[in-house]
Write a protein that binds this ligand. Structure first.
Ligand code: BES
Ligand code: ZN
Ligand code: ZN
Length: 471
């Protein structure tokens, strides 16, 4: 499917079907009011109505605002893809809606059929956005950035959706190497021998029972005169069985998505490099498989992390934080960054706290949390802050080691996991760091907003928006 932005002069390009957006108020003034009423269309949000004799699909919105337009566009593209129309157009006079339209169409129209033996045929080949104002040049920049970010989100979804048999730590490293080659990024990969040299004993313990070697992946996008340096860190559990603290069968299904933080980080560096942003971006990924076996790490083990801090293991299913402890430490040692963001499907507790649609944001800097919240609402992703406090911090004290990998109380699990990570953030970086728990937002089995079955690409849009606005 090809998407293009045309200006009004070439708008006489013929297309099969036009999309028209209506609110309840503009419906009243529509020349098609009668026919639409007969068809039962009242322009309520996310409702659509074909008038085939007019070659038009009407789309209902509460208001002409990005969130509403994005959401109904996702509904509309699915409906058009089910018809035999080969091309569609939508005209717009508000530049501010370009992002929403592109995302609605490209993300809402996303399908993943790699494992289907029969691929569905889609007639729709071309989507044309027709911009009716004069400043086409600035519109085209907005448009091309929107396409880059939407494509990067779909790239992230594709990797998340790949099975654990096809995507394991070594094949993840290979995929990252390919991305580096295609996008002119530098790439360094540490295998288990190199990880041992780096004293990443916490990360190595998690992957010990797997037949796949753990990998630490470091990609760099380095423009000429970067305004800022950003470290992105991703949890890349290509499968999380829980380890010896084995997950119940039903909870294990979907755990291929436990690599979604790492996949997001790859999508973000891809988008940043393609938009040619003036920021240096480092992506650090801990790619590990958490399995069972005679060589598995155990509850009761004490691990010596790369930082020297010792960790009591009381539950092998709280493995993401053990991997991140070493990757965070490695990243801080290798690159002195202005900001540091980690992305992780870290806790089921985050979903309990915020629901499955919202990314949990944790960190010390209110300013950074505020800026991030602005970026996410502009980008159309849901995020919400989960506040640290000193009482919860006491819950991860250990009787035998420096820190314990689980809390001794059943409440506030997303925050205690965030506080565990905080123990591996160096003093000078405390205000530069945010942790994103994407356990709920990264994957879905029922469609919502622009998301369809499978990986959502959570984090790619809000972080791309944040990076675009860095001064
Ligand atoms: N990968 C899971 C968290 C998760 C759960 C992500 C559901 C997405 C959906 C993580 O490694 C985990 O198992 N966390 C445990 C922590 C507990 C043992 C303290 C959890 O959330 O139950
Ligand atoms: Zn786990
Ligand atoms: Zn996990």
């Amino acid at each position: 499917m090809n998407i293009q932005l045309l200006n009004q002069n070439i708008s006489d390009a013929t297309t099969d079907i036009s999309l028209v957006y209506l609110t309840e108020a503009t419906l009243k003034k529509s020349t098609n009011k009668k026919a639409l009423k007969l068809a039962g269309f009242s322009a309520s949000q996310d409702s659509i109505c074909f008038l085939h004799d007019k070659n038009t699909l009407f789309c209902g919105v509460d208001a002409f605002e990005a969130d509403d337009v994005r959401s109904v566009s996702a509904v509309a593209i699915k409906a058009v893809k089910a018809t035999n129309y080969k091309s569609m157009n939508v005209s717009l006079d508000d530049k501010g809606l370009i992002f929403a339209l592109v995302e609605g169409f490209l993300l809402g129209g996303y399908t993943y059929d790699t494992y289907k033996s029969k691929k569905e045929k889609v007639a729709l080949k071309t989507i044309s956005l027709i911009y009716t104002k004069d400043d086409y040049k600035s519109a085209i920049k907005l448009f091309s950035d929107a396409v880059i970010v939407a494509d990067a989100t779909c790239f992230t979804r594709d990797i998340v959706n790949t099975t654990p048999e096809d995507l394991n730590p070594p094949s993840f490293a290979k995929l990252a190497r390919n991305l580096a080659k295609e996008n002119g990024l530098s790439c360094k990969i540490l295998d288990e021998k190199a990880l041992l040299k780096e004293n990443c004993h916490s990360m190595l313990a998690v992957g010990r029972a797997s037949r796949h070697e753990s990998q630490l992946i470091h990609l760099t996008y380095k423009p000429k005169n970067p305004k800022k340096i950003i470290n992105l860190i991703g949890k890349g559990l290509t499968y999380d069985s829980g380890g010896l603290s084995l997950k119940p069968g039903a909870s294990m299904v979907t755990m291929k998505m436990d690599k979604a933080g790492a996949c997001a980080v790859l999508g973000i560096i891809k988008a940043a490099s393609e938009m040619k942003l003036d920021v240096e971006v480092h992506a650090f990924i801990g790619a590990v498989e958490n399995m069972i076996g005679g060589d598995a790490y155990k509850p009761d083990d004490v691990l010596v992390s790369r930082s020297g801090k010792t960790i009591e293991v009381r539950n092998t299913d709280a493995e993401g934080r053990l991997v991140l402890a070493d990757v965070l430490d490695y990243a801080q040692d290798k690159v002195k960054a202005d900001y540091m963001f980690d992305f992780a499907t870290l806790t089921g507790a985050c979903m309990v706290a915020l629901g499955q649609y919202t990314t949990g944001v944790m960190g010390h800097s209110s300013r950074l949390k505020h800026d991030l919240s602005k970026a996410s609402s502009n980008a159309g992703e849901l995020t919400s802050s989960l506040p640290f406090n000193k009482h919860l911090k006491k819950q991860i004290k250990s009787g035998i080691a420096d820190i314990c990998n689980i809390s001794n109380k059943p409440y506030g699990g997303a925050i205690t996991a965030g506080l565990f990570l905080d123990a591996f953030i160096k003093k000078e970086n405390k205000d530069k760091w945010l942790h994103f728990d994407i356990a709920g937002s990264a994957y879905t089995e029922s469609p919502w907003d622009v998301n369809v079955y499978g990986g959502t690409g959570a984090g790619v849009r809000f972080m791309s928006e944040f990076l675009k606005n860095i001064k």
